[in-house]
Design a binder for this molecule. Structure first.
Ligand SMILES: Cc1cc2nc3c(=O)[nH]c(=O)nc-3n(C[C@H](O)[C@H](O)[C@H](O)COP(=O)(O)OP(=O)(O)OC[C@H]3O[C@@H](n4cnc5c(N)ncnc54)[C@H](O)[C@@H]3O)c2cc1C
Length: 385
């Protein structure tokens, strides 16, 4: 059994080294975090959620939060790229056939394969669970994939993509989709330009067009009818927890910046420094409390998810919704506490603020999460629109 503290230490070392070094260039040039992903592979961390029986670390949601948090403190795109790889790995692992274990999970565990998640589409936007990309059954063992995906993180750099598709059956309801694994380089994929976001600029999130892409039946994940099971048992928990960890890391980084500024900033006219101003002490205390309360919510949600408690989904939905507010508020306030220096162009806090804003717009968005939570609490169907 791998010791989680050792994994966190390993991630922390990579975050303070390679990730921090790569962050500036990635943010400035919109360059995918290649060195970061390589370092995570070399440390074995990309096998985090791959079952031990396939050579992976066999960890779950809590470990994913803790590793994503370490990466998020240094650079949020690192957390996003790592997170999407882990969600893709978890989706593959959930019901992997022996062939899928050998072809995907074992190389992932060995640090030789990066995967990613291609669910979002331009047509259905935040409603990623209503894909329109079609999967047509051609013959006994051959299928055709046609359609458009958007915002695929690690796009064109990963070795495979977990793609959601609408089953070909004419009577299929919009949520009756199947997930398939598409290998990079399969004829029929064409990549669009990297998306130039105001933040989260190192993840190479980009669109892809699938034109008569042929896959064998061995690339289909799970059984017909498993779709909602995948959304709520794998995609939502793993995605929400990896993102919650990353955004918690952003909030912690901003809190640290604010604290350092208050300790350092000394006035020439009085010799006093900002750490002695009671209103600023009070505000720093509020920021710390916000981060700590959100941390507890996230850790608790991940542990509930790992234990499979009946109410785990409530906690998981709330955790990602709350961390979005927390990280935007904490970075924003840290910038105020840091004065004009904190407001400088391309400064650390400016970058954290740009990155934090993605928390509200990445699906499931904050609005959708609170709506789903309300529906779940009221025992209503969650995906009604
Ligand atoms: C940095 C980044 C990385 C990403 N990486 C990936 C990835 O790796 N894989 C992937 O599949 N996707 C990815 N996405 C896509 C993402 O998860 C969303 O699907 C996408 O951002 C939705 O964008 P949209 O502009 O189409 O939103 P829209 O669908 O146009 O939504 C606009 C707003 O309307 C709100 N809204 C819409 N319907 C409702 C409703 N019924 N109730 C309440 N509010 C509603 C939404 O919450 C949102 O705030 C990424 C996005 C970003 C920004």
């Amino acid at each position: 059994m791998t010791d989680l503290n050792e994994l966190i230490q390993s991630a922390s070392g990579i975050a303070r080294g390679v990730v921090s070094r790569e962050a500036q260039e990635a943010d400035k040039e919109g360059k995918w975090v290649v060195d970061t992903m390589r370092a995570l592979q070399e440390a074995g961390l990309t096998g985090l959620v791959v079952p031990a029986v396939n050579g992976g670390l066999g960890q779950g949601l809590y470990a994913l939060v803790r590793i994503s948090e370490e990466l998020g403190k240094a650079y949020s795109s690192a957390g996003l790229c790592f997170g999407m790889h882990c969600v893709g790995s978890a989706v593959i692992a959930a019901k992997a056939t022996p062939w899928q274990q050998k072809t995907y999970l074992e190389p992932i565990a060995r640090g030789e394969h990066i995967t990613s998640l291609a669910l979002s589409e331009p047509g259905t936007g935040a409603h990623f669970y209503f894909p329109q990309t079609s999967l047509v059954h051609l013959s006994a063992d051959e299928f055709l994939v046609n359609g458009d995906k958007t915002f695929i993180t690690n796009g064109s750099h990963a070795d495979s993509y977990v793609v959601s598709t609408l089953g070909a059956s004419a009577d299929a309801s919009p949520d009756q989709f199947s997930c398939v694994i598409v290998d990079a380089g399969t004829p029929g994929i064409s990549w669009g330009k990297e998306w130039a976001g105001m933040g989260m600029r190192g993840n190479s999130s980009r669109p892809a067009h699938f034109n008569n892409l042929r896959i064998g039946g061995n690339h289909i994940l799970g059984e017909k009818g498993d779709q909602l099971w995948y959304v709520f048992n794998v995609v939502a928990p793993y995605f929400l927890m990896s993102m919650a960890g990353t955004y918690l890391g952003i909030a912690e980084a901003a809190l640290q910046e604010a604290k350092e500024t208050l300790l350092k900033r000394t006035y020439a006219h009085s010799g006093s420094n900002l750490a002695q101003v009671s209103i600023l002490q009070h505000r720093l205390g509020q920021l710390w409390s916000n981060v700590e309360r959100t941390r507890r919510l996230i850790y608790n949600a991940a542990q509930a998810g790992d234990k499979g408690t009946a109410d785990a989904l409530f906690h998981i939905l709330a955790a990602k919704a709350e961390v979005a507010d927390c990280c935007v508020d904490v970075v924003n306030e840290a910038m105020t506490l840091s004065g004009g220096i904190g407001y400088q162009q391309n400064g650390r806090l400016g970058m954290l603020l740009r990155d934090a804003r993605a928390a509200h717009v990445m699906s499931p968005t904050t609005d959708l999460l609170y709506t789903w939570l309300g529906r779940a609490l009221l025992d209503q169907p969650i995906l009604s629109d």
